[in-house]
Design a protein around this ligand. Structure first.
Ligand SMILES: *Cc1c(COP(=O)(O)O)cnc(C)c1O
Length: 224
């Protein structure tokens, strides 16, 4: 099936679940070549996500006018390479990373929108803040790092055959999001809940996701 057909199908599903609400569909383009990314952009995919700095840079060089997000684990020594090129970093997961992004953003005179990555299911193999750490971390970043815009939360749910099994993970994310929102009403940037991938996006949207990250569903199986 064409990317455009798949995109329309996803949009119809979203419209059925939460009529009238805005859900940003991020095309996850790791291993996907530039031609296919162009095709997706023409088909109406409005933003793209990469999880490796080098691969991102290669694609960014050829397609600098697309809206790019960074969704993978970020090393502090690579921050400079992506600042100013990505509109949102989904994977802020530790204090020294926040400190380093802030330092560089300050020097450049820019503000950097970030999401806090939460390891909601506490999987050993995953990055992200433990759910119980998130609130303190949120307020530390808000207090200390004025060049960061804390714009929401992100999670990668455990992979399961039946996405119903991860509904509690998404639900807990939404509750955490609402709790922070209520404790810091002045932060009008805090608006995104990035959760849901090819396998589980419908459940994520049912539970309040407003950014979903789709790779396989739009582009087919990845070939490494
Ligand atoms: C690869 C990836 C996705 C997309 O995964 P699919 O299952 O192919 O949709 C989403 N989010 C992150 C962080 C990823 O690394």
């Amino acid at each position: 099936m064409e990317i455009s057909q798949k995109l329309q199908e996803v949009k119809r599903e979203i419209a059925k679940i939460r009529p009238g609400s805005k859900v940003k569909i991020l095309g996850v383009t790791k291993t996907v070549d530039v031609e296919r990314i162009k095709e997706a952009s023409k088909a109406g995919v409005e933003a793209f996500g990469e999880n490796k700095v080098q691969e991102f840079l290669e694609k960014y060089e050829k397609l600098p006018n697309l809206e790019w997000h960074f969704i993978g684990h970020l090393q502090t020594n690579k921050i400079n390479k992506i600042l100013g090129k990505v509109v949102l970093i989904h994977s802020l997961d530790r204090y020294n990373l926040a400190e380093e992004i802030n330092k560089r953003a300050y020097r450049l005179g820019i503000n950097v929108p970030v999401l806090l990555e939460v390891n909601m299911a506490k999987e050993e193999t995953k990055f992200g803040l433990m759910p119980e750490e998130v609130e303190d971390f949120y307020f530390e970043v808000r207090e200390n790092f004025k060049n960061l815009e804390v714009s929401g939360l992100m999670t990668v749910a455990p992979y399961v055959e039946n996405p119903e099994e991860v509904r509690p993970v998404f639900r807990a994310m939404r509750e955490l999001f609402l709790k922070l929102k209520a404790k810091d009403p002045e932060n009008d940037k805090f608006q995104y809940l990035s959760m849901g991938m090819s396998n589980d996006y419908k459940v994520a949207v049912e539970e309040g996701a407003n950014i979903i990250r789709l790779g396989t569903l739009l582009f087919g199986e990845r070939k490494y």
